[in-house]
Structure formats: C-alpha cells, structure tokens
Design a binder for this molecule. Structure first.
Ligand SMILES: *[C@@H]1O[C@H](CO)[C@@H](O)[C@H](O)[C@H]1NC(C)=O
Ligand SMILES: *[C@@H]1O[C@H](CO)[C@@H](O)[C@H](O)[C@H]1NC(C)=O
Ligand SMILES: *[C@@H]1O[C@H](CO)[C@@H](O)[C@H](O)[C@H]1NC(C)=O
Ligand SMILES: *[C@@H]1O[C@H](CO)[C@@H](O)[C@H](O)[C@H]1NC(C)=O
Ligand SMILES: *[C@@H]1O[C@H](CO)[C@@H](O)[C@H](O)[C@H]1NC(C)=O
Ligand SMILES: *[C@@H]1O[C@H](CO)[C@@H](O)[C@H](O)[C@H]1NC(C)=O
Ligand SMILES: *[C@@H]1O[C@H](CO)[C@@H](O)[C@H](O)[C@H]1NC(C)=O
Ligand SMILES: *[C@@H]1O[C@H](CO)[C@@H](O)[C@H](O)[C@H]1NC(C)=O
Ligand SMILES: *[C@@H]1O[C@H](CO)[C@@H](O)[C@H](O)[C@H]1NC(C)=O
Length: 411
C-alpha cells in the first residue's frame, strides 16, 4: 500500500547537492518562481513556490510541498515527498501525477493470470483528487468498484460489457467496452478492485484483460484498438495523468488571516479551497505572478496588451492594478473601447476653412485635366494643332479657378 510511503521515516539527504545548485541559480531567476536560494526547475519541470525542490530544505511552504527531485534519472524525475508518486506537471493551480492502472488478465479457461489492484491515500496531506478526473473501466467483461473517502465514505463503480469487437465505437466511453463514473470533489483516498462476470471466457478471443484507473477526463480517449494493445496499461500510465488539487493548511481564509503563517502576500486575495478546509491565494485583479512570494504579484501593464485596451485615437495610462483611457488632442470621449471611444472635435478652427479652400482649387485642377484628356480623345488628328494653341493660351491664364470653365467650354 502506498499509504505507508507517506509516513516519512527517512529523509534522504540531497540537501548539499540542492544548495550548491541553488547558489549557482539564485541570481539568474528573472521571474519570481521559487524562494530565493532555491531551485525552480527539476529537469524540465517548473516547480513554483509553495512547492520547493529538496526534502527538508525549507524551500517549500511545508513538508508536504517538498519535491524530491531525483537526479539519478536522466532527465531528473520529481516526486511528491516520497519515491512513489511522480509529478508530470505543476501549473494552473493543479498538480498532475503519473497514473496507476489496475489490471486483471485471464487465461482461455478463465483463470486469473495477472492482477494488480491500485490504492492511493492522501489522508493527512494537503492533496486530494480533483473532480476533473473520472474513474474509467476498459474491458468487455468487467466491472470495477472505487472505494474512497472525502470526509464521508464514497463507493461507486461501473460495468463494461460487449460481446464482439464490432460493437465497439471509437472515441465513446459509454458502456460498450468502456465505462466512466465521476468522483466527488475533495476525494482524499481511493482503492479500486476489478471483477468479471464470466472470467473473460466469452470474449477471450479479442479481450484478455480488464483495466480500471482514475484519470484526467480531458485526456483519456477510448480507442477500439485498446483491446489488442498489449501495452495499454503502460501507455495509460504514461499518457493519462491524475489531476491533484492542493490547499494550504486546514483553516479557512478568515481563520488563516489571523495566524502568523498566513501565506497570501501583497496584492493577492485568499480563496477558500478544499471541502475539508485549507485555502489558496490568487493575485488580485490586475496583477499576475506568484501570490505566495514577496513581490510575487506584479502589476499587469494592460497598455501593452494585445488587443489595445483603449479605443482608436485613445491614450492608455497604466496604473497599479488598473489602467485608464483618455483621448488624443483634437478628440473627445471617454477613450474606452466599449464606451463612447474618441471622436474628432467639430471646431471652427481656421485650419479647416483653409484646407477646404485648398481642396477646392485642387479639385478644379483635376476637373480641368480630365476635360483636357477627353477633348484630346474626341478631336481628330487634324485638330491637334489648334488644340496646342489653346493650351498655350490656357497656360497664360493666371486664375486657376477659371481654368476648368474655359477648358470645358472649348470641348
Ligand atoms: C528550516 O527552518 C527551520 C525553522 O525555520 C530551521 O530550524 C531549520 O534549520 C531549517 N533547515 C534548513 C535546512 O535550512
Ligand atoms: C533516486 O532513484 C534511485 C533509483 O530509483 C534510488 O535508488 C535513489 O534512492 C533515489 N534517490 C532519492 C534521493 O530519492
Ligand atoms: C494552463 O492554462 C493555460 C491557459 O490558461 C493553458 O494554455 C495551458 O495548457 C494550461 N496547462 C495545463 C497543463 O493544462
Ligand atoms: C485453472 O484453475 C483450475 C481450478 O480453478 C485449476 O485446476 C487449473 O490448474 C488452473 N490452470 C492454470 C493454468 O493455472
Ligand atoms: C467509512 O468506512 C469505514 C470502513 O470502511 C468506517 O470505519 C468509517 O466509520 C466510515 N466513515 C463514515 C463517515 O461513515
Ligand atoms: C471465475 O474465476 C473465479 C476464481 O478464479 C472462480 O471462483 C469463478 O467460479 C469463475 N467464474 C466463472 C464464470 O468461470
Ligand atoms: C510495462 O512497464 C513495466 C514496468 O515499467 C515493464 O516491466 C513491462 O514489461 C511493460 N510492459 C510492456 C507490455 O511493455
Ligand atoms: C490542522 O493542522 C494542524 C497542524 O498543521 C494540526 O495540529 C491540527 O490538528 C489540524 N486540525 C485539523 C482539524 O485537522
Ligand atoms: C483564481 O485565479 C484563477 C486563474 O487565474 C481563476 O480561474 C479563478 O477563478 C480565480 N479564483 C478567484 C476566487 O478569483
């Protein structure tokens, strides 16, 4: 049982290695991810505080958040405190760990040839199974039960049958060769057990094993080829993680705020998290970063956002936790994209009159040229000579305003 592995009896001392590496690393971290002097990465895995690399190094918020980074593996592997549960990813407030898949296999005569049950126990730890996991059973003559507790006892399970491989539907885990059942939020421990109605004797030609596992419902997709896949168990262990929730302590936000070790620092808010108590921290609106570290939550410069947060011709002004919009000179409005925006001011400024006059003259010249062009087109070659004379006259006319009238009269 993996339960025992949580009762830490020995702490393997990798402290020296970690602190040496930490010294090399500490000055280079641009974003605040880990505590000063602590490693932020175990191989490719980023380990943000409140988690910390190294057992007993004080790099995490508490012993249960210590990550055992085992560098004997290449690349290094990260484990929750003990050797047993390997961490795949820590992000978006969840932890993803490598799966454990229960299996039961039969011989043609219905004797069990292989059997491995699975149990994971997080009782007394800050961890629980997220309700984005589903309990899944794959097989054509299988039933499985999951027993656990989330403060109250929980027992569920499902039955998966089929009589021939042609009945299976790719991508659908709906009771034909595959079934799924949800789990309650805050589930702290579970054990699963597989059973069979006919010991696979009826379906043995195409299905020799039944499988049961808890896993990320967004990742697992049932495939009809799963039955002929000798490697199904190992492939699922590798590819379908279990999503783990965590929370700080066992107090609610209002209780925790009074205590000395309240974990939410400046520009952050406290969020009650676990059904069994415990809280989490979020950066306040307009801030981003790590709410558990000093100077962790920094102002988001909304003015650099894409798309631009203000209206066209608006000026964006960033401020701590917020931003405001105003309008460029010559425009009025609130500058907001979803507000009145910025509109050009309707003034009697002489520049406008001047430019209207200027464009009238310019327009006249265009009309004149056009008239000239069409007159060339219409006249026969014999008239060209006369036309040239006219142009000579025209160029002597100083008043441009008259130009178009004269030309058009000539046509
Ligand atoms: C961790 O912190 C505790 C108390 O804060 C201290 O007694 C202990 O020596 C520290 N351990 C290390 C490895 O720094
Ligand atoms: C790392 O893994 C190896 C091989 O599994 C094991 O022998 C060793 O004890 C582990 N080291 C730590 C610090 O857990
Ligand atoms: C975390 O969230 C971001 C965006 O919200 C998403 O792109 C990313 O895939 C998520 N990571 C995981 C492991 O789900
Ligand atoms: C299968 O089980 C029967 C009794 O249940 C036993 O007599 C037989 O030896 C078993 N066969 C194998 C291959 O284990
Ligand atoms: C849950 O089940 C266990 C035995 O499996 C029992 O000892 C315990 O009292 C039960 N808890 C509740 C709350 O019913
Ligand atoms: C299935 O196997 C179990 C134990 O191996 C046995 O007790 C049971 O009778 C078998 N059932 C059938 C339908 O063969
Ligand atoms: C599955 O993985 C285990 C342990 O890593 C290994 O012993 C076994 O041979 C693998 N099975 C297959 C079918 O590759
Ligand atoms: C809460 O945690 C503290 C230590 O972290 C422990 O002493 C206490 O018993 C816990 N309370 C409950 C209700 O679990
Ligand atoms: C905390 O932040 C996450 C991600 O940024 C968000 O999804 C969640 O709604 C926030 N929770 C609260 C209570 O603000």
């Amino acid at each position: 049982m993996q339960k025992d592995m949580f009762h830490q009896t020995t702490i393997i001392n990798i402290f020296l290695v970690v602190s040496l590496a930490a010294l090399l690393y500490s000055n280079s971290a641009a974003d605040v991810i880990a505590k000063p002097g602590c490693l932020a990465k175990c191989g490719d895995l980023t380990v943000p505080y409140p988690f910390g690399i190294g057992l007993g190094t004080n790099c995490s918020v508490g012993p249960w958040f210590d990550i055992n980074c085992n560098t004997t593996f290449n690349p290094p592997k990260a484990f929750i405190a003990t050797e047993s549960l390997e961490i795949i990813d820590i992000s978006n407030g969840t932890l993803r760990i490598k799966n454990a898949v229960a299996a039961q296999c039969f011989s043609q005569t219905g004797n069990i040839t292989r059997e491995n049950p699975v149990a994971i126990d997080f009782t007394g730890t800050p961890y629980s199974f997220a309700d984005s996991n589903k309990f899944t059973v794959v097989g054509c003559d299988d039933l499985a039960v999951i027993v656990g507790s989330s403060g109250r006892n929980f027992t569920s399970g499902c039955l998966s049958l089929c009589s021939e491989s042609e009945d299976l539907i790719d991508g659908f885990c709906t009771g034909i060769g595959c079934c799924q059942t949800p789990i309650p939020k805050g589930l702290k421990d579970f054990s699963s057990a597989l059973g069979s109605l006919n010991n696979h004797t009826e379906v043995w030609s195409f299905d020799r094993c039944g499988y049961a596992f808890l896993g990320d419902q967004d990742i697992f997709k049932f495939r009809t080829s799963d039955f002929s896949d000798e490697n199904f168990q190992n492939r699922t262990i590798e590819n379908v993680p279990i999503v783990i929730d965590w929370a700080i302590g066992n107090q609610s936000c209002s209780e925790a705020k009074k205590s000395a070790d309240y974990a939410c620092l400046e520009n952050s808010i406290c969020v009650d998290y676990d059904v069994l108590g415990g809280y989490r921290c979020n950066c306040s609106r307009g801030y981003e970063g790590n709410p558990y570290l000093s100077l962790g939550c920094t102002d988001i410069d909304e003015c650099k956002n894409n798309p631009y947060p203000c209206a066209e011709n608006g000026i964006c002004n960033n401020s701590p936790g917020s931003f405001s919009c105003s309008c460029k000179h010559g425009y009025s409005g609130d500058g907001k994209k979803d507000g009145r925006g910025c509109t050009a001011e309707n003034s009697q400024f002489p520049v406008i009159k001047f430019s209207i006059g200027f464009s009238t003259v310019f327009l006249s010249i265009i009309i004149a040229m056009t008239c000239l062009y069409f007159s060339i087109q219409r006249r026969k070659l014999s008239q060209i000579e006369q036309f040239i004379n006219e142009v000579v006259i025209l160029t002597q006319v100083k008043n441009l305003q008259l130009l178009d009238k004269i030309v058009c009269m000539l046509i």
